[in-house]
Write a protein that binds this ligand. Structure first.
Ligand code: URA
Length: 232
C-alpha cells in the first residue's frame, strides 16, 4: 500500500500533509526517512513514524459513545452539533459515522464505525438485532397497554414487531425492540395515548452502556464487545 494512503486511511494526516512531511524528512519507514509519499509499504509490518509518533495501521475502528441530549446522529448538520463533533479529528478523518440513529434528545449507547458492512448487518431488519431503552412516559402504563405494546401496535400504517417491556415503576421501564423504525418508541407510546419524556439506549446487540462512561464520553470497543457485535 502507498505510504500516503496508509497514513490517510488511519486518520493520521491527509495525503498532502504526508507529502509535505516527507519533504521535511518527518516520516520514517523502518528507521529510514521516506523521500516520497508514494513509497510502497507493508502496512501490517512496517514501523512507520509520522512526526515522531509511531503509527498503528488499522482500516476499521469501532467506538462506543454515551450520546448526550441535543446532538444529531450524523456527521454534519447545518445548525445543530453532531455526534462526531465529540470525537478527536483522527476518527473523523477515518470516516467514522453513527451506526443507526438516535433522536436529538435521546441519550445513551451509540456505536460509531467506518466499517460499512458491519453497520449494514447490524441495522438490516432481517437480522433482528436487539436494542433496549430505558424510558419514562407521561402517564402510567396499564397492563393492557403494556400487553398491546408487546404484541405490536399500529404506528401509522406499520405494525411493530413483538417486543418486551419491563416496568420498574408505573411510568418507567425498559423496552427491548428488534427493529428501528423512525421515532419508533415515541410513536409506539403515542399509539397507546401516552408520551415518552425520557429515552436512553442501554444495550445494542449484546453490548451494554458502560456505567463509568459519562454522557459525551466515548471509548473504543474492546475485543469481547466487538466479537459480541459481529456475532449478534
Ligand atoms: N425510538 C425513538 O422514538 N427514538 C429513538 O431515539 C430511538 C428509538
Amino acid at each position: 500500500m502507498r505510504l500516503d494512503k496508509m497514513l490517510s486511511e488511519c486518520g493520521v494526516a491527509s495525503r498532502s500533509e504526508v507529502a509535505r512531511a516527507c519533504r521535511k524528512g518527518l516520516v520514517l519507514v523502518n528507521g529510514a526517512p521516506a523521500a516520497r509519499p508514494d513509497l510502497q509499504v507493508d502496512e501490517t509490518t512496517a514501523a512507520v513514524v509520522y512526526c515522531g509518533a509511531l503509527v498503528r495501521y488499522r482500516k476499521f475502528v469501532y467506538l462506543l459513545l454515551n450520546k448526550p441530549s441535543g446532538y444529531i446522529s450524523a456527521t454534519e448538520d447545518g445548525s445543530d452539533p453532531v455526534v462526531t463533533d465529540l470525537l478527536p479529528p483522527e476518527y473523523r478523518r477515518m470516516g467514522v459515522f453513527p451506526c443507526g440513529r438516535l433522536d436529538k434528545y435521546t441519550v445513551g449507547l451509540m456505536l460509531l464505525t467506518n466499517d460499512g458492512d458491519l453497520s449494514h448487518r447490524l441495522l438490516a431488519p432481517k437480522n433482528h438485532v436487539a436494542k433496549s431503552y430505558r424510558f419514562t412516559c407521561e402517564k402510567p402504563l396499564s397492563n393492557d397497554e403494556k400487553t398491546a405494546l408487546e404484541a405490536g401496535v399500529d404506528i401509522g400504517g406499520y405494525f411493530t414487531k413483538p417486543c418486551q417491556i419491563e416496568l420498574t415503576a408505573p411510568c418507567e421501564g425498559t423496552i427491548t425492540i428488534t427493529e428501528g423504525k423512525y421515532h419508533q418508541i415515541k410513536r409506539m407510546l403515542e399509539a397507546v395515548d401516552n408520551k415518552i419524556t425520557f429515552l436512553e439506549r442501554v444495550t445494542f446487540g449484546g453490548i451494554a452502556l458502560p456505567p463509568d462512561l459519562k454522557r459525551g464520553e466515548w471509548r473504543e470497543l474492546n475485543d469481547e464487545e466487538l466479537n459480541l457485535l459481529k456475532n449478534s
